[in-house]
Design a protein around this ligand. Structure first.
Ligand code: PLP
Length: 364
């Protein structure tokens, strides 16, 4: 007997919902990938089928992001958190310092990790304003090895819509984990950008790194192989067994983004979804209060408060009863957070906004 599928309105911050048609394709191919009689997770990563799949995933990503041929695309493990250490290990030459823009939990962690391994400083730290925006000015070191920032702080819900400009000769590096492929970006501005896949482009387990080739000259000779960008680049992400299933899923998501019309179409969808919630917040007469300054409001993670913690608790509970999942804010900040990554549909956001209005009517 077939039952109607009920999918949650999934506002999880990551891992997060994936497009239904991607999940269905993965399900359909799970037992027999392209007539091989095997699942993609049952075959060798040295097989011609796997090689074709990873190459196609990379080609589609290059196409969508318009990645110049002078850049390497790396599929790595260890989560975005391992990149906090790998970036300075690989790209900060001995004796040099690095600059970090601290706009929330993730850039702070990246700075702390870099400081364990050598000199690094904050070019700005917005702690005093509880990380509710992006800095108006930077205290930049013109001899820094690089300037690092996080384009979207997932926990605080603040996003850069204008890239910071490093001094001449200083390279730009970006953690774009939670807004990766949510809009077009000019890859050529960056020496390196990276993202954990588990928000916008796939399941947990794979990190995508996009590295300008000449940066490989900075990689020191004595790094452990698994922490060495040069090894990953030379071996085309296949030095060891890669996260096969996660890469395959990223590949399916690339095709889905292409079917939707590419990154400009995805951006338009994401703007429409974000506007819907922020407009509801602004029209609530102060019942809902957005955390981020309007100009830095994340299109991916909408953070807001209610008049009391009790009401926030009730909001999350009642939303859950109506199949809206993942709305409780991160434990370090509190309040609510609606994560509305690429796969979240406008219809999901409409359900949430309707709920917000009704909740206010009952409790306002
Ligand atoms: C912006 C950002 N950077 C880094 C991380 C850390 O990612 P991971 O859990 O893959 O190490 C996260 C996790 O949510 C994140 O949102």
């Amino acid at each position: 007997m077939s039952e109607t599928l009920i999918r949650a309105h999934n506002f999880n911050a990551g891992p997060a919902g994936l497009p239904l048609e991607v999940m269905q394709q993965a399900q359909a191919e799970l037992l027999d990938y392209k007539g091989t009689g095997m699942s993609i997770i049952e075959m060798s990563h040295r097989s011609k089928e796997f090689e074709a799949m990873i190459n196609e995933t990379e080609a589609d990503m290059r196409d969508l992001l318009n990645i110049p041929s002078s850049y390497k695309v790396l599929f790595m493990q260890g989560g975005a958190s391992l990149q906090f250490a790998m970036v300075p290990m690989n790209l900060r030459p001995a004796g040099a310092s690095a600059d970090y823009i601290v706009t929330g939990v993730w850039s702070k962690k990246a700075l702390q990790e870099a400081q364990k391994l050598g000199p690094a400083r904050a070019a700005a730290d917005l702690k005093a304003s509880n990380y509710n925006g992006v800095p108006a000015s930077l205290d930049l070191d013109s001899s820094a090895a690089y300037l690092y920032y996080c384009s979207n702080e997932t926990i605080h819900g603040v996003e850069f819509f204008q890239d910071p400009t490093p001094p001449a000769g200083v390279e730009l590096i970006c953690d774009t984990s939670s807004d990766f492929m949510s809009r077009p970006v000019d890859v050529s501005k960056y020496a390196y950008l990276y993202a954990g896949a588990q928000k916008n482009v796939g399941p947990a387990g794979v990190v995508v790194g996009i590295l300008r080739e000449d940066m490989l000259a900075r990689v020191p000779a004595n790094l452990p192989v698994m922490l060495d960008y040069k090894v990953q680049a030379d071996e085309k992400s296949l030095y060891n067994t890669p996260p096969c299933f996660s890469i395959y899923m990223v590949g399916l998501v690339m095709k889905w983004i292409k079917r939707l019309g590419g990154l400009s179409a995805i951006e338009a969808r994401n703007i429409a979804k974000a506007n819907l919630i922020y407009n509801a917040i602004d029209a609530s007469g102060g019942f809902y209060k957005g955390h981020a300054q309007p100009e830095a409001r994340s299109r991916m993670n909408v953070t807001f408060r209610l008049p009391s913690e009790e009401l926030e608790e009730t909001f999350a509970k009642e939303a859950k009863k109506q199949n809206m999942i993942g709305l409780k804010g991160h434990r370090s900040v509190g309040g609510m957070r609606a994560s509305i990554y690429n796969a979240v549909e406008l219809a999901d956001v409409e359900v949430l906004v309707q709920f917000m209005k009704e909740f206010q009517k009952k409790n306002g």
